[in-house]
Design a protein around this ligand. Structure first.
Ligand code: MN
Length: 705
């Protein structure tokens, strides 16, 4: 493509005013790039022109075409963003700016830089999908002309295309471009393999020509006999997909039978299934190969029936059956929105779904600041391998492979995820971490007071579940830390002889100003998390600048009461596992908040010097929560002893949280380490009394550390 005339011919779908604007953009681009050359030696304008031509083939609107023509001017010429906005409007300027920013992303081998680039790309796309369409057109033309580049640049660009641009094109359903990008990357990355494979396919094509022609005729006849109006065509797979198949399944070329496939296009959905029936009557289908992407479309909107038949000459024949509408989407994906303006339901639905997907990217983005994490989130979206499961009402949900009931719950609704406590798979209770399989029926049991569990992060596989769990935990911890921080601050104020209510807004305002715009809640949360000391903040509030007060005046202010319901802001030390009734002491751990130890815990003895971080705490006498405690038993190693012990513990109203056993070979005794839940010391004493009565129990003791 070298001149405007050719492009103009492609623009008949636009209004005359718009065509004039596109032509004006061409003139601007041409004069701006005047004198610049491409690596190939051609005038630079040939590149934006080719990009615009690709966009015109998708029937994109004038704004996108103008952006395509101008996509390199900000980078390489004196033209500015305001210039573009003045001539072509703000939206065009934003599009060009978006594409330019993507251009600036230097792809690096370092994983994090790559993740960051990927993230920016997807976010640009989420704001306006046309940005990525222009970028893909740009990349496609660069790939088509890559041969002029230096070898190291060639390899870098080809790798980037294979890793980033091709998956995005695939996710957007831009099937033709996706295949071309993959094949071009393959060709530059592995020139030898590419050539060998290309030759092999050519030879196979020659050898099989007759077979293909015969099968095609047989299919056409059969459908005509059945009174089905159909278009049958042969279809060759793209080289990179053959190569991938050979690699994944360790096949030699001669073992890859299905380099040919057939496609049957009919008028509507019912005819698709009629066609399937007719063809299954012609050749036997291979069991397990039938896929119904009409009932359950792929994430990128693709719909078709796939089946593989035992053909003549013992060759398997892959067949795709689809309606004309489905065919449009299968070829052009998200671009079909512009290509077929007719407002067909299939196209609209696909466009809506793409939009939803992009919005969900924005949501995930706002939850995770880290680029690598973001990439992890969306990888499953871009490289989909899905399982299909059913809701109790029979609705189908598509989830990535490896998804669990928790992923399912979040896919149904955020609230269902946050409140989920148990799950039934195919009517039977199953662990929340179970991997879902195709066809499972999943029912989520929720509780009004259910909360996400941090351990879910170890097994969920969708970005949505992960980001919602993270978000919930962060908010929870923040709220709880702020509440604790307030209590700690009050304690410090009391020690200085002041009530919190006596501290006026002016004093707070002053403090907040000194702390560079933090909010009061943030300051309180900082105290709760141990990032600031309560006594220091209290003194700042009261503007006391003299030396620190006499030692431990805090004691006079009375202890902080611990209820056990403070949530994540208060932790009970795992070393000594304090329970109500134990004398306790608090320790403020930076970044974590308040950790409660028993008075005699060896860990706390080490911290005695750190007076500011130790805190006087006591149990709230009204607490009815359950606390973890550890006990060790030595028992006679007999059958059924564990069951007996468990029953005794349960009888005493306690729960077993965990049990570990140590058996020595040949010994008649075994040690058991239980983690139990009890209300307080009296409760624990009661449990232990019950256990002592068992004849099998030789020794029993509470363990600390
Ligand atoms: Mn370019």
């Amino acid at each position: 493509m070298t001149d405007l005339a050719e492009l103009t011919e492609q623009l008949s779908y636009l209004k005359p005013d718009d065509i004039a604007l596109v032509r004006a953009a061409f003139e601007l681009s041409k004069s701006a790039h005047d004198g610049q050359m491409r690596q190939s030696g051609e005038p630079y304008i040939t590149h934006p022109l080719a990009v615009a031509s690709i966009l015109a083939a998708w029937h994109l609107d004038a704004q996108a075409l103008i952006a395509g023509l101008l996509h390199d001017v900000l980078e390489d010429t004196p033209v500015t963003k305001p210039d573009i906005a003045a001539k072509f409007g703000k939206q065009v300027a934003e599009l060009v700016d978006g594409v330019s920013k993507l251009d600036k992303l230097a792809f690096q081998t370092e994983a994090h830089a790559q993740a960051e680039n990927f993230r920016k790309m997807l976010l640009a796309m989420a704001r306006d999908v046309r940005v990525i369409l222009v970028k893909l057109a740009d990349r496609l033309h660069n790939m088509r002309t890559l041969v002029a580049m230096r070898e190291d640049k060639r390899l870098r660009i080809a790798r980037e295309t294979l890793d980033i641009y091709a998956p995005i094109a695939n996710r957007l359903g831009l099937n033709k471009i996706y295949q071309e990008l993959e094949d071009l990357s393959f060709q530059f990355l592995y020139p030898n393999r590419y050539q060998v494979l290309e030759k092999a396919v050519k030879t196979a094509r020659g050898n099989r020509r007759e077979v293909v022609a015969k099968v095609k005729e047989a299919l056409t006849h059969k459908l005509a006999d059945a009174g089905i109006d159909a278009r049958v065509s042969g279809r060759e797979k793209h080289l990179y997909s053959i190569y991938k198949k050979m690699q994944e399944k360790s096949l030699t070329f001669s073992e890859v039978f299905d380099i040919y496939g057939f496609r049957v296009i009919v008028k509507d959905v019912p005819t698709c299934y009629l066609t399937l029936g007719a063809l299954h009557a012609l050749y036997k289908p291979i069991p397990g190969k039938f896929k119904d992407y009409i009932a359950i479309p792929k994430a990128n909107g693709y719909q078709s029936l796939h089946t593989t038949l035992f053909g003549p000459f013992a060759t398997p024949i892959e067949i795709q059956i689809r309606s004309a509408d489905m065919h449009k989407i299968a070829e052009a994906g998200v671009a079909s929105h512009w290509l077929y303006k007719s407002g067909e339901p299939g196209v609209n639905e696909m466009h809506k779904k793409t939009h939803q997907w992009l919005q969900s990217l924005l949501e995930i983005q706002s939850e995770s600041g880290d680029a690598a994490e973001f990439l992890e989130h969306i990888k499953v979206d871009l490289f989909p391998e899905e399982v299909y499961v059913f809701t109790p009402k029979g609705k189908i949900m598509a989830l990535p492979r490896g998804a669990t009931p928790v992923d399912f719950a979040y896919a149904v609704h955020t609230d269902v995820g946050n409140r989920c406590v148990a799950a039934k798979i195919n009517h039977e209770l199953a662990p929340l971490r179970s991997e879902l399989r195709n066809g499972d029926q999943v029912e989520i049991i929720t509780a009004a007071h259910g909360n996400p569990n941090p351990s879910w992060l170890n097994f969920v596989s969708t970005g949505k579940a992960r980001s919602h769990i993270r978000h919930f935990l962060k908010t929870m911890q923040y709220e709880e830390s702020a509440a604790l921080g307030e209590r700690l601050l009050n304690q410090a104020l009391r020690a200085l002889g002041v009530q919190h209510s006596d501290v006026g807004d002016a004093q707070w305002d002053k403090l907040l100003r000194e702390n560079s715009g933090k909010t009061k809640r943030e300051i309180l949360a900082d105290i709760g998390l141990g990032k600031r000391l309560n006594i220091v903040v209290a003194r700042q509030l009261l503007a006391l600048h003299d030396a620190l007060p006499e030692e431990r005046k805090l004691v006079a202010a009375g202890p902080i009461t611990i209820r056990g319901s403070e949530g994540m802001a208060v932790q009970f030390a795992k070393c000594c596992r304090p329970i109500p009734g134990d004398p306790i002491i608090g320790f403020i751990k930076k970044g974590q908040g308040l950790v409660v130890h028993t008075h005699d815990c060896p860990h706390i003895a080490k911290a005695r010097g750190d007076v500011d971080k130790l805190l006087d705490v006591e149990w709230d006498p009204g607490s009815r929560k359950m606390f973890d405690v550890a006990i060790k038993l030595v028992v006679a190693n007999q059958r059924g002893v564990l069951a007996k012990i468990a029953a005794t513990i349960a009888e005493a109203g306690s729960n077993i949280d965990n049990v570990a056993m140590e058996e020595e070979d040949g010994s008649i005794y075994a040690s058991m380490l239980f983690t139990l839940q009890v209300e307080n010391r009296a409760h624990l004493a009661n449990v232990m009394r019950g256990l002592r009565k068992l004849p099998e129990v030789v020794r029993i003791a509470r363990t600390k550390g």
